[in-house]
Design a protein around this ligand. Structure first.
Ligand SMILES: [Zn+2]
Ligand SMILES: [Zn+2]
Length: 421
């Protein structure tokens, strides 16, 4: 079938190596012998004449939009591209599957600088394929190539510059023209996957193989609800991940990644089938392997096993102690650890501490009030105040009754009002 534009196929179709939409458009523009901006103008002009009544207009400004996410403009752009090139499933070249869950917040994942795996670029040229940029390389959560176990590069090995966005010189540097594949001795091996790497790659692979996938907006929340019904995990707050509002709010991809990591269940399983995912979840919350303690995303909750034990001991000891008063901040500050971590790891103990402190405080303030009952506003006091000033009198009374200054002031103001009335 003849198409209006060249029927260029996206690279890596149906796999986790799928091309990014930006890269595809850039190659398409190059194929037509025009710049990317010119290509967008051409496409917009053609589409706005060829489209049907019901289809949206394509603005020329779409050339400036980041094409990793989704939205009205990108949807129309994809429609136009599919019609223009006769290709199908181009939405798989973006993160469009998250559109119901994440609003338009894919910005938390997208990179503004080009990254690449030099070995992948070398393989592409070796196999006679056009050098292209993978969708995965555009995401900040991916820091290395899983196939070659190499850290992704962002700077030219010859001149050290980043690559220009709208210029297609791959696999050569857009700054100096030297090859980005050269200087193999500078390649940096990376054996450790970043948190969320496999989760994200699995999601990309699934969406690439099933273009048009749109994850259900309540999948993660549903999963969380099922998990929470398990009595053994009582006391963990869902607010950690999902804001509780009358209307469900949308979340961020980075939050989803952290959630799945902390739940120890692949993100793809959670998004595809929350019920099944909640059944395969085996580790109860808070029981992470100590070797992976950094897997606890939030810095404030990151405690080693020994720190955690010390925290538990301190809290228990305090609860058993006599009438001493220490606030939770003081207790945690001495360890040191944050109150957030204490709340996270020992919700019940912290609750007990807070309640005990509250009742201690109540007792103390009752005692203060009792002793201040003896204070009366007589002529002697008024004379003294005239001589030395009220603030001195207040300070003396505070010492005399062993009561904080603010309480003395309050009591005096009540008494003064009483005499005036
Ligand atoms: Zn690679
Ligand atoms: Zn260079």
């Amino acid at each position: 079938m003849a198409t209006a534009f060249f029927p260029l196929t996206p690279q890596g179709f149906g796999t986790e190596d799928i091309e990014a939409l930006d890269s595809y458009i850039l190659r398409l523009a190059t194929e037509h012998g025009v710049t990317e901006y010119q290509f967008h103008r051409l496409l917009a002009w053609w589409w706005n004449h060829a489209k049907s009544e019901s289809q949206g207009e394509l603005g020329r400004h779409v050339g400036y939009v980041s094409k990793i996410g989704y939205g009205k403009d990108i949807d129309t752009l994809i429609q136009a591209l599919e019609k223009a090139t006769g290709q199908e499933g181009l939405s798989g070249l973006t993160l469009s599957a998250f559109r119901d869950i994440c609003g338009t917040h894919v910005g938390c994942q997208s990179r503004h600088v080009h990254y690449w795996c030099p070995a992948c670029l070398r393989d592409q040229t070796k196999e006679g394929l056009p050098a292209y940029e993978k969708l995965a390389w555009r995401l900040s959560v991916i820091s290395r190539c899983r196939t070659h176990k190499l850290a992704l590069e962002s700077m030219c090995p010859s001149c050290g510059r980043n690559q220009l966005r709208h210029v297609d010189t791959w696999p050569d540097c857009s700054g100096c023209g030297e090859s980005l594949i050269s200087k193999e001795h500078l390649w940096r091996p990376s054996d450790h996957p970043s948190d969320g790497e496999s989760d994200m790659l699995d999601v990309i692979a699934h969406c690439a193989a099933n273009p048009g996938t749109i994850f259900h907006r309540d999948a993660a929340r549903q999963f969380w609800k099922l998990i929470r019904e398990d009595k053994s995990r009582k006391g963990q707050a869902g607010n950690e991940y999902f804001h509780q509002r009358p209307e469900p709010t949308r979340t961020l991809i980075s939050v989803l990644l952290r959630f799945s990591r902390e739940m120890n269940v692949p993100l793809l399983s959670i998004l595809l089938d929350p019920t099944q995912a909640s059944a395969i979840r085996t580790l109860p919350m808070g029981e992470w392997d100590p070797c992976h303690k950094t897997h606890l995303g939030r810095g404030r909750c990151r405690l080693s096993v020994s720190q955690r034990k010390a925290l538990g001991r301190t809290l228990k000891l305090y609860l058993r102690s006599g009438k001493t008063y220490k606030s939770l901040v003081q207790l945690c500050g001495a360890l040191p650890c944050s109150t957030g971590a204490a709340r996270y790891w020992y919700p019940d103990l912290v609750q007990a501490v807070v309640e005990r402190n509250r009742s201690l405080k109540r007792g103390i303030s009752k005692n203060h009030e009792k002793s201040l009952k003896r204070l009366s506003l007589d002529a002697e006091l008024a004379l003294k105040a005239e001589a030395v000033g009220w603030h001195k009198v207040e300070a003396e009374l505070s010492e005399q009754f062993a009561v904080p200054l603010h309480r003395v002031r309050k009591r005096l103001s009540i008494l003064k009002r009483g005499t005036r009335g």
